[in-house]
Design a protein around this ligand. Sequence first.
Ligand code: HSE
Length: 429
Amino acid sequence: MSQPPLRLGIAGLGTVGMGVVRILRQHPELIEARTGRPVTLSAVSARARDKDRGVSLASYGWEDDPVALATRDDVDVFVELIGGDSGPARDAVEAAIAAGKHVVTANKALLALHGQALAEQAEAAGRALRYEAAVAGGIPVIKSLGEGLAGNEITRVMGVMNGTCNYILTRMESAGLTYEAAFAEADGLGYLEADPQLDVGGIDAAHKLAILAALAFGTKVDFAGIELEGIGRISFDDIRAAGDMGYRVKLLGVAQMTGRGLEQRMQPCLVPATSPLGLLEGGTNMVVIEGDAVGQIVLRGPGAGAGPTASAVLSDICDIARGWTGPVFGQPATTLAAANRAIAQTPAPYYLRMSLDDKPGALAKIAAVLGEAGVSIDRMRQYGRHDTAAPVLIVTHKTTPAALSGALEAMGSTGVLATDPVALRIEEV
Ligand code: HSE
Protein backbone atom coordinates (compact mmCIF):
# COMPACT_ATOMS: atom_id res chain seq x y z
CA MET A 1 0.00 0.00 0.00
CA SER A 2 1.40 3.40 -0.92
CA GLN A 3 2.25 5.80 1.89
CA PRO A 4 0.14 8.87 2.63
CA PRO A 5 1.07 11.99 0.68
CA LEU A 6 3.61 14.46 1.97
CA ARG A 7 1.74 17.77 2.00
CA LEU A 8 3.51 21.04 1.35
CA GLY A 9 2.80 24.68 2.10
CA ILE A 10 4.84 27.15 0.09
CA ALA A 11 5.39 30.70 1.35
CA GLY A 12 6.79 33.09 -1.26
CA LEU A 13 5.67 32.83 -4.88
CA GLY A 14 8.47 34.69 -6.61
CA THR A 15 10.81 33.18 -9.16
CA VAL A 16 11.84 30.28 -6.96
CA GLY A 17 8.43 29.61 -5.41
CA MET A 18 6.77 29.40 -8.81
CA GLY A 19 9.67 27.26 -10.02
CA VAL A 20 8.86 24.78 -7.25
CA VAL A 21 5.13 24.84 -8.10
CA ARG A 22 5.98 24.10 -11.76
CA ILE A 23 8.18 21.11 -10.92
CA LEU A 24 5.51 19.69 -8.60
CA ARG A 25 2.99 19.94 -11.44
CA GLN A 26 5.36 18.62 -14.13
CA HIS A 27 6.81 15.63 -12.31
CA PRO A 28 4.34 14.16 -9.79
CA GLU A 29 4.86 10.57 -10.99
CA LEU A 30 8.62 10.88 -11.07
CA ILE A 31 8.67 12.31 -7.53
CA GLU A 32 6.35 9.58 -6.24
CA ALA A 33 8.40 6.86 -7.92
CA ARG A 34 11.57 8.17 -6.32
CA THR A 35 10.23 8.86 -2.84
CA GLY A 36 7.60 6.13 -2.54
CA ARG A 37 4.80 8.56 -1.78
CA PRO A 38 2.87 11.35 -3.47
CA VAL A 39 4.07 14.87 -2.76
CA THR A 40 1.20 17.35 -2.87
CA LEU A 41 0.77 21.07 -2.44
CA SER A 42 -1.91 22.00 0.08
CA ALA A 43 -1.65 25.77 0.24
CA VAL A 44 0.45 28.78 -0.61
CA SER A 45 1.12 32.26 0.71
CA ALA A 46 2.47 35.44 -0.85
CA ARG A 47 2.03 39.17 -0.59
CA ALA A 48 -0.31 39.65 -3.59
CA ARG A 49 -3.05 37.11 -4.05
CA ASP A 50 -4.33 38.35 -7.41
CA LYS A 51 -1.05 38.69 -9.25
CA ASP A 52 -0.86 36.77 -12.54
CA ARG A 53 1.92 34.23 -12.04
CA GLY A 54 1.31 32.30 -15.25
CA VAL A 55 -0.02 29.24 -13.41
CA SER A 56 -3.45 28.93 -11.81
CA LEU A 57 -3.19 28.55 -8.05
CA ALA A 58 -6.97 28.16 -7.59
CA SER A 59 -6.73 24.52 -6.54
CA TYR A 60 -4.50 25.33 -3.55
CA GLY A 61 -5.45 26.89 -0.27
CA TRP A 62 -4.37 30.49 0.32
CA GLU A 63 -3.04 32.23 3.41
CA ASP A 64 -2.14 35.90 3.56
CA ASP A 65 -0.06 35.24 6.66
CA PRO A 66 2.89 32.84 6.26
CA VAL A 67 2.67 31.93 9.95
CA ALA A 68 -0.89 30.73 9.37
CA LEU A 69 0.34 28.67 6.41
CA ALA A 70 3.21 27.23 8.46
CA THR A 71 0.83 25.94 11.12
CA ARG A 72 -2.00 24.56 8.95
CA ASP A 73 -3.15 21.03 9.72
CA ASP A 74 -2.82 19.99 6.09
CA VAL A 75 0.83 21.04 5.84
CA ASP A 76 3.61 18.56 6.73
CA VAL A 77 6.47 20.54 5.23
CA PHE A 78 6.70 24.32 5.30
CA VAL A 79 8.66 25.61 2.32
CA GLU A 80 10.02 29.07 3.11
CA LEU A 81 10.91 31.09 0.00
CA ILE A 82 10.22 34.55 1.38
CA GLY A 83 13.81 35.55 2.17
CA GLY A 84 15.27 37.91 4.74
CA ASP A 85 16.93 37.10 8.02
CA SER A 86 14.07 38.30 10.22
CA GLY A 87 10.43 39.28 9.98
CA PRO A 88 7.91 36.95 8.33
CA ALA A 89 10.47 34.38 7.15
CA ARG A 90 11.96 33.80 10.58
CA ASP A 91 8.60 34.02 12.36
CA ALA A 92 7.07 31.45 10.03
CA VAL A 93 10.01 29.02 10.19
CA GLU A 94 9.99 29.12 13.99
CA ALA A 95 6.21 28.69 14.05
CA ALA A 96 6.41 25.77 11.63
CA ILE A 97 8.95 23.88 13.73
CA ALA A 98 6.98 24.64 16.91
CA ALA A 99 3.90 23.19 15.20
CA GLY A 100 5.78 19.97 14.34
CA LYS A 101 6.40 20.68 10.66
CA HIS A 102 9.52 19.98 8.66
CA VAL A 103 11.03 23.05 7.01
CA VAL A 104 12.72 23.53 3.64
CA THR A 105 14.21 26.94 2.97
CA ALA A 106 16.36 28.75 0.40
CA ASN A 107 17.11 31.50 2.90
CA LYS A 108 20.88 31.88 3.31
CA ALA A 109 20.61 35.06 5.41
CA LEU A 110 18.30 33.34 7.92
CA LEU A 111 20.64 30.37 8.27
CA ALA A 112 23.82 32.43 8.35
CA LEU A 113 22.49 34.59 11.20
CA HIS A 114 20.15 32.26 13.09
CA GLY A 115 21.14 28.80 11.85
CA GLN A 116 22.35 27.50 15.21
CA ALA A 117 19.19 28.42 17.13
CA LEU A 118 16.94 27.11 14.37
CA ALA A 119 18.91 23.88 14.09
CA GLU A 120 18.66 23.30 17.83
CA GLN A 121 14.93 24.01 17.72
CA ALA A 122 14.34 21.68 14.77
CA GLU A 123 16.44 18.84 16.17
CA ALA A 124 14.83 19.09 19.61
CA ALA A 125 11.46 18.80 17.88
CA GLY A 126 12.66 15.87 15.75
CA ARG A 127 11.97 17.79 12.54
CA ALA A 128 14.06 18.41 9.46
CA LEU A 129 15.42 21.83 8.52
CA ARG A 130 16.84 21.53 5.01
CA TYR A 131 18.46 24.24 2.89
CA GLU A 132 20.11 22.86 -0.25
CA ALA A 133 18.86 25.88 -2.24
CA ALA A 134 20.45 28.37 0.14
CA VAL A 135 23.98 27.87 -1.22
CA ALA A 136 25.01 27.96 -4.87
CA GLY A 137 21.52 27.48 -6.32
CA GLY A 138 21.30 24.29 -8.33
CA ILE A 139 24.65 22.85 -7.20
CA PRO A 140 24.04 20.08 -4.64
CA VAL A 141 26.80 21.33 -2.38
CA ILE A 142 25.03 20.80 0.95
CA LYS A 143 24.44 17.17 0.10
CA SER A 144 28.01 16.82 -1.13
CA LEU A 145 29.52 18.16 2.08
CA GLY A 146 27.03 16.66 4.53
CA GLU A 147 26.63 13.25 2.96
CA GLY A 148 28.92 12.52 0.04
CA LEU A 149 32.07 13.62 1.88
CA ALA A 150 30.99 12.55 5.39
CA GLY A 151 34.05 10.31 5.75
CA ASN A 152 36.54 13.12 5.14
CA GLU A 153 38.18 15.65 7.35
CA ILE A 154 37.53 18.75 5.28
CA THR A 155 40.57 20.98 4.98
CA ARG A 156 39.34 23.84 2.80
CA VAL A 157 36.15 25.00 1.11
CA MET A 158 36.30 27.69 -1.55
CA GLY A 159 33.82 29.12 -3.92
CA VAL A 160 32.52 31.71 -6.28
CA MET A 161 28.99 31.82 -4.91
CA ASN A 162 27.53 35.08 -6.14
CA GLY A 163 26.69 34.92 -9.82
CA THR A 164 26.02 38.65 -10.06
CA CYS A 165 29.54 39.54 -8.95
CA ASN A 166 31.06 37.00 -11.29
CA TYR A 167 28.92 38.39 -14.10
CA ILE A 168 30.12 41.94 -13.38
CA LEU A 169 33.77 40.92 -13.16
CA THR A 170 33.72 38.82 -16.32
CA ARG A 171 31.83 41.51 -18.27
CA MET A 172 34.35 44.12 -17.19
CA GLU A 173 37.02 41.86 -18.62
CA SER A 174 35.31 40.74 -21.83
CA ALA A 175 33.83 44.11 -22.80
CA GLY A 176 36.41 46.42 -21.24
CA LEU A 177 33.72 47.98 -19.02
CA THR A 178 34.16 50.08 -15.92
CA TYR A 179 32.77 48.64 -12.72
CA GLU A 180 29.93 51.17 -12.89
CA ALA A 181 29.00 50.20 -16.47
CA ALA A 182 29.04 46.47 -15.71
CA PHE A 183 26.98 47.07 -12.56
CA ALA A 184 24.41 49.01 -14.62
CA GLU A 185 24.28 46.17 -17.14
CA ALA A 186 23.67 43.58 -14.39
CA ASP A 187 20.97 45.85 -12.97
CA GLY A 188 19.28 46.10 -16.39
CA LEU A 189 19.22 42.32 -16.62
CA GLY A 190 17.52 42.07 -13.23
CA TYR A 191 20.46 40.24 -11.63
CA LEU A 192 20.87 42.45 -8.59
CA GLU A 193 19.21 41.77 -5.26
CA ALA A 194 16.73 44.45 -4.08
CA ASP A 195 19.61 45.71 -1.94
CA PRO A 196 22.55 45.51 -4.41
CA GLN A 197 25.02 45.71 -1.55
CA LEU A 198 24.05 42.13 -0.69
CA ASP A 199 25.63 41.15 -4.02
CA VAL A 200 28.48 43.56 -4.68
CA GLY A 201 29.31 44.00 -0.99
CA GLY A 202 29.92 40.25 -0.78
CA ILE A 203 27.26 39.75 1.92
CA ASP A 204 25.13 37.22 0.01
CA ALA A 205 28.22 35.16 -0.81
CA ALA A 206 29.44 35.46 2.79
CA HIS A 207 26.11 34.12 4.08
CA LYS A 208 26.69 31.07 1.89
CA LEU A 209 30.29 30.67 3.02
CA ALA A 210 29.26 30.79 6.69
CA ILE A 211 26.82 27.92 6.10
CA LEU A 212 29.38 25.82 4.24
CA ALA A 213 32.00 26.40 6.94
CA ALA A 214 29.64 25.15 9.66
CA LEU A 215 28.90 22.02 7.69
CA ALA A 216 32.52 21.45 6.69
CA PHE A 217 34.17 21.99 10.05
CA GLY A 218 31.50 21.02 12.61
CA THR A 219 31.39 24.56 13.99
CA LYS A 220 28.50 26.85 14.85
CA VAL A 221 27.68 29.05 11.90
CA ASP A 222 29.68 32.24 12.36
CA PHE A 223 28.82 34.89 9.78
CA ALA A 224 30.29 37.66 11.92
CA GLY A 225 33.65 35.88 11.84
CA ILE A 226 34.08 36.35 8.09
CA GLU A 227 36.62 38.87 6.84
CA LEU A 228 34.47 40.50 4.21
CA GLU A 229 35.16 42.76 1.26
CA GLY A 230 33.06 43.25 -1.88
CA ILE A 231 34.09 43.98 -5.44
CA GLY A 232 33.59 47.77 -5.44
CA ARG A 233 37.30 48.65 -5.60
CA ILE A 234 38.08 46.36 -8.55
CA SER A 235 38.95 48.38 -11.63
CA PHE A 236 39.32 47.40 -15.26
CA ASP A 237 43.04 48.21 -14.87
CA ASP A 238 43.36 45.46 -12.26
CA ILE A 239 41.43 42.96 -14.32
CA ARG A 240 43.65 43.64 -17.33
CA ALA A 241 46.88 43.67 -15.33
CA ALA A 242 45.96 40.47 -13.51
CA GLY A 243 45.27 38.90 -16.90
CA ASP A 244 48.74 39.96 -18.09
CA MET A 245 50.24 38.09 -15.15
CA GLY A 246 48.14 34.95 -15.80
CA TYR A 247 45.33 35.51 -13.30
CA ARG A 248 41.64 36.41 -13.17
CA VAL A 249 39.89 38.34 -10.45
CA LYS A 250 37.08 36.54 -8.58
CA LEU A 251 35.02 37.31 -5.52
CA LEU A 252 36.23 34.22 -3.71
CA GLY A 253 35.07 32.77 -0.43
CA VAL A 254 37.56 30.62 1.45
CA ALA A 255 37.03 28.76 4.72
CA GLN A 256 39.86 26.72 6.15
CA MET A 257 40.72 25.23 9.50
CA THR A 258 44.20 26.23 10.63
CA GLY A 259 46.23 25.45 13.73
CA ARG A 260 45.13 28.88 15.00
CA GLY A 261 41.42 28.36 14.36
CA LEU A 262 38.90 28.88 11.57
CA GLU A 263 39.76 31.38 8.84
CA GLN A 264 36.81 32.62 6.79
CA ARG A 265 37.45 35.16 4.04
CA MET A 266 35.19 36.59 1.36
CA GLN A 267 37.18 38.99 -0.76
CA PRO A 268 38.28 39.71 -4.32
CA CYS A 269 41.23 37.43 -5.07
CA LEU A 270 43.35 36.48 -8.04
CA VAL A 271 43.21 32.86 -9.16
CA PRO A 272 45.24 31.25 -11.94
CA ALA A 273 43.44 31.97 -15.23
CA THR A 274 43.60 28.33 -16.33
CA SER A 275 42.30 26.86 -13.04
CA PRO A 276 38.65 25.74 -12.83
CA LEU A 277 37.86 28.86 -10.78
CA GLY A 278 39.74 31.05 -13.25
CA LEU A 279 37.76 29.65 -16.16
CA LEU A 280 34.40 30.43 -14.56
CA GLU A 281 32.31 32.79 -16.68
CA GLY A 282 29.20 34.92 -16.14
CA GLY A 283 26.63 34.05 -13.49
CA THR A 284 27.81 30.49 -12.95
CA ASN A 285 28.87 29.36 -9.46
CA MET A 286 31.67 27.04 -8.43
CA VAL A 287 32.50 25.37 -5.15
CA VAL A 288 35.81 23.62 -4.55
CA ILE A 289 36.03 21.25 -1.59
CA GLU A 290 39.18 19.60 -0.28
CA GLY A 291 39.10 16.60 2.03
CA ASP A 292 41.83 14.37 3.41
CA ALA A 293 40.54 11.25 1.71
CA VAL A 294 38.95 12.55 -1.47
CA GLY A 295 41.52 15.21 -2.37
CA GLN A 296 39.88 18.03 -4.29
CA ILE A 297 36.44 18.08 -5.92
CA VAL A 298 35.00 20.85 -8.07
CA LEU A 299 31.27 21.50 -8.34
CA ARG A 300 30.07 23.90 -11.02
CA GLY A 301 26.59 25.01 -12.02
CA PRO A 302 23.92 27.69 -12.04
CA GLY A 303 23.77 29.61 -8.79
CA ALA A 304 20.38 31.24 -9.27
CA GLY A 305 17.22 31.21 -11.35
CA ALA A 306 13.86 29.47 -11.12
CA GLY A 307 14.79 26.02 -12.40
CA PRO A 308 18.15 25.54 -10.66
CA THR A 309 17.01 26.86 -7.27
CA ALA A 310 13.71 24.97 -7.41
CA SER A 311 15.67 21.85 -8.32
CA ALA A 312 17.56 22.20 -5.03
CA VAL A 313 14.33 22.81 -3.07
CA LEU A 314 12.87 19.62 -4.56
CA SER A 315 15.95 17.69 -3.49
CA ASP A 316 15.19 18.56 0.13
CA ILE A 317 11.48 17.85 -0.26
CA CYS A 318 12.21 14.43 -1.76
CA ASP A 319 14.61 13.60 1.08
CA ILE A 320 11.94 14.42 3.65
CA ALA A 321 9.41 12.35 1.70
CA ARG A 322 11.83 9.42 1.90
CA GLY A 323 12.18 9.93 5.65
CA TRP A 324 15.78 11.14 5.39
CA THR A 325 15.88 13.82 8.06
CA GLY A 326 19.42 13.96 9.43
CA PRO A 327 20.99 16.70 11.53
CA VAL A 328 20.89 20.22 10.11
CA PHE A 329 24.65 20.84 9.98
CA GLY A 330 25.88 17.28 9.52
CA GLN A 331 26.07 16.44 13.24
CA PRO A 332 23.73 17.22 16.13
CA ALA A 333 23.55 20.98 16.56
CA THR A 334 24.28 20.74 20.31
CA THR A 335 27.63 19.10 19.49
CA LEU A 336 28.83 21.81 17.10
CA ALA A 337 31.88 23.61 18.48
CA ALA A 338 32.05 27.38 18.78
CA ALA A 339 33.93 28.69 15.75
CA ASN A 340 37.39 29.55 17.04
CA ARG A 341 37.94 32.61 14.85
CA ALA A 342 41.39 33.13 13.45
CA ILE A 343 42.44 36.37 11.79
CA ALA A 344 43.55 35.41 8.28
CA GLN A 345 47.29 34.80 8.47
CA THR A 346 47.66 31.91 6.06
CA PRO A 347 50.51 33.02 3.78
CA ALA A 348 49.75 33.65 0.13
CA PRO A 349 51.36 35.37 -2.82
CA TYR A 350 50.05 38.87 -3.44
CA TYR A 351 49.49 40.99 -6.52
CA LEU A 352 50.48 44.63 -6.18
CA ARG A 353 49.69 47.33 -8.71
CA MET A 354 51.07 50.79 -8.25
CA SER A 355 51.95 53.90 -10.15
CA LEU A 356 55.41 55.25 -9.38
CA ASP A 357 56.83 58.69 -10.06
CA ASP A 358 59.04 58.02 -13.07
CA LYS A 359 62.34 59.19 -11.58
CA PRO A 360 65.62 57.51 -10.60
CA GLY A 361 65.50 55.30 -7.51
CA ALA A 362 61.67 55.08 -7.25
CA LEU A 363 61.51 51.36 -7.90
CA ALA A 364 64.51 50.76 -5.65
CA LYS A 365 62.66 52.42 -2.77
CA ILE A 366 59.65 50.11 -3.26
CA ALA A 367 61.89 47.05 -3.49
CA ALA A 368 63.69 48.12 -0.32
CA VAL A 369 60.43 48.58 1.59
CA LEU A 370 59.24 45.14 0.55
CA GLY A 371 62.58 43.60 1.50
CA GLU A 372 62.56 45.28 4.93
CA ALA A 373 59.04 43.92 5.56
CA GLY A 374 60.26 40.42 4.66
CA VAL A 375 58.21 40.33 1.45
CA SER A 376 60.03 38.74 -1.45
CA ILE A 377 59.33 39.65 -5.08
CA ASP A 378 58.55 36.75 -7.39
CA ARG A 379 57.75 38.58 -10.63
CA MET A 380 57.67 42.23 -11.65
CA ARG A 381 56.63 44.19 -14.70
CA GLN A 382 56.87 47.88 -15.50
CA TYR A 383 54.78 49.36 -18.28
CA GLY A 384 55.56 52.43 -20.38
CA ARG A 385 55.17 55.76 -18.66
CA HIS A 386 51.66 57.29 -18.46
CA ASP A 387 51.93 61.07 -18.00
CA THR A 388 54.58 61.37 -15.29
CA ALA A 389 54.01 57.98 -13.67
CA ALA A 390 55.05 54.44 -14.46
CA PRO A 391 52.58 51.60 -13.81
CA VAL A 392 54.29 48.72 -12.00
CA LEU A 393 52.99 45.24 -11.21
CA ILE A 394 54.56 42.99 -8.63
CA VAL A 395 53.70 39.41 -7.72
CA THR A 396 55.21 38.47 -4.40
CA HIS A 397 56.27 35.13 -3.05
CA LYS A 398 54.05 33.83 -0.26
CA THR A 399 53.80 36.23 2.61
CA THR A 400 51.43 36.84 5.50
CA PRO A 401 48.69 39.48 5.33
CA ALA A 402 50.39 41.19 8.31
CA ALA A 403 53.76 41.46 6.54
CA LEU A 404 52.03 42.73 3.42
CA SER A 405 50.11 45.40 5.38
CA GLY A 406 53.35 46.51 6.99
CA ALA A 407 54.97 46.87 3.56
CA LEU A 408 52.00 48.81 2.18
CA GLU A 409 52.08 51.20 5.11
CA ALA A 410 55.80 51.79 4.69
CA MET A 411 55.34 52.40 0.95
CA GLY A 412 53.15 55.37 1.81
CA SER A 413 56.21 57.09 3.30
CA THR A 414 58.54 56.56 0.34
CA GLY A 415 57.29 59.64 -1.47
CA VAL A 416 57.43 57.86 -4.85
CA LEU A 417 53.83 56.63 -5.18
CA ALA A 418 51.70 58.53 -7.66
CA THR A 419 48.55 56.72 -6.47
CA ASP A 420 47.68 54.37 -3.63
CA PRO A 421 48.83 50.82 -4.40
CA VAL A 422 46.26 48.07 -4.97
CA ALA A 423 46.96 44.75 -3.24
CA LEU A 424 45.03 41.55 -3.92
CA ARG A 425 45.60 38.12 -2.48
CA ILE A 426 46.42 35.33 -4.92
CA GLU A 427 44.63 32.19 -3.79
CA GLU A 428 46.42 29.00 -4.72
CA VAL A 429 43.77 26.65 -6.05
N1 HSE B 1 22.10 37.29 -5.90
C1 HSE B 1 22.52 35.93 -5.90
C2 HSE B 1 23.59 35.75 -6.95
C3 HSE B 1 21.36 35.01 -6.16
O1 HSE B 1 23.85 36.68 -7.74
O2 HSE B 1 24.21 34.70 -6.99
C4 HSE B 1 21.39 33.75 -5.36
O3 HSE B 1 21.74 33.93 -4.06
